[in-house]
Design a protein around this ligand. Sequence first.
Ligand code: GLN
Length: 488
Amino acid sequence: MAPSSELNRLTISDAADRLRRREFSALELTRACLERIGAVDPKLNAFITVTEEEAIAQAEAADRALKAGGAATLCGIPLGIKDIYCTAGVRTTCASKILENFVPPFDATVIAKLRREGAVLVGKTNMDEFAMGSSTENSAFGPTTNPHDLTRVAGGSSGGSAAAVAADECLGALGTDTGGSIREPAAFCGVVGIKPTYSRVSRYGVVAYASSLDQVGPFSKSVRDAAILLRTLAGADPQDSTCSARPVPDYERALTGDVRGLSIGVPKEFFVEGMQPEVEKAVRAMLMQYESMGATTMEISLPHSSYAIACYYIVATAEASANLARYDGVRYGLRERAEDNIELNEKTRERGFGAEVKRRIMLGTFALSAGYYDAYYLKAMKVRTLIRRDFERAFENCDVIVTPVAPTTAFRLGEKMSDPLTMYLSDIFTISVNLAGLPGLSMPCGYDANDLPIGMQIIGPPFSEEMVLRTGDALERSGAVTLRRPAL
Ligand code: GLN
């Protein structure tokens, strides 16, 4: 039996098997994670709230369920939850001062699903305020650092979840992805993350940022674990009319390890000048690996890619300005003293929102204002259609598309904070996937000269998660990449 200090390093699939064999208990596994959080989180700041007592009670309940037999795969598995998910009785801050003391009276649908399966929720993870950012530096609770190099960012906006999984503070975690917020931090921290097809997973109880783009997804230490988590998360929800009723396949069973005959498109627009050469080299090495495993690769074109960031920052900010109107000092969280309603609204929002959130609300309000709507929002919607069609055309000739996740590895803390446009460029390879509503998997594919992880992205047509996961899992099994644990 592994010493309990190492249980937190296990993958979900290994831990689930061994819990069933009673090699250790859910309580021991949970304690190992909580101890690890105690030891490394002061350096990482991956968690905003650690729910130690609740986690221990859940682990004890999981042990009873495991003993009784027939428990679900996730029973007794410790997970981190991005602080954007409503958790009944546990504060949900969205890393904002405006929700600092907001305790939701209900669980998000995906949280309820995890609880029903007996998962153990160890805490709420750090993020960019309202998921706006690419580095987790826009958090009212301070930045999360990268477990591979504490002077660098963990990526964002789901940086806390990515860092927590990379540092073995939990076995898996939930994030959200509007423009890359699962895939980019997964790449920066050297873990797996998947943004499923738009509408694949319920968003009921997930604080809304940009509703036509937001999607829920998991972080994990292996592609298999991502498949296990997604199977639980996905599926229809009567509480969310935007959620698809399509049946959920058994994603784990799709992992055959076989990619023979698979055709992989490689978009020429995604290997741009100015990107870190080691990133391109690592991704190209994986393409050769796929060829040696019987897949074929072909160059493709996504001609409207260069408009993706401009288009996204109109659509996302417009939707954000509408979604964030609800924080008025009356219904949730912070409430400043004021003489009347207008003053209450102004003062609360002035004090409660951080700089980046205010910038987005102003941009979005401007884009939607009378006289400008056609010039900006409507035009962006048309560009969005062109971007989606680029992918539709590409998928007439190839099964999946492989790209880098981000143009560089993790950058230094503070490096991009004074220049929002450079920060926005971190998402150049992930944003078009949200605009087109497609599934995108991010997985480690190598390391740069500073030992920082490099991420590879696998994109598929709508609802092709089985093929996307199979493609990623096959590479993982091939042993082409040896994962390095951060020395913390
Ligand atoms: N970095 C992008 C933004 O700031 C994407 C964030 C996300 O996916 N939530 O909007």
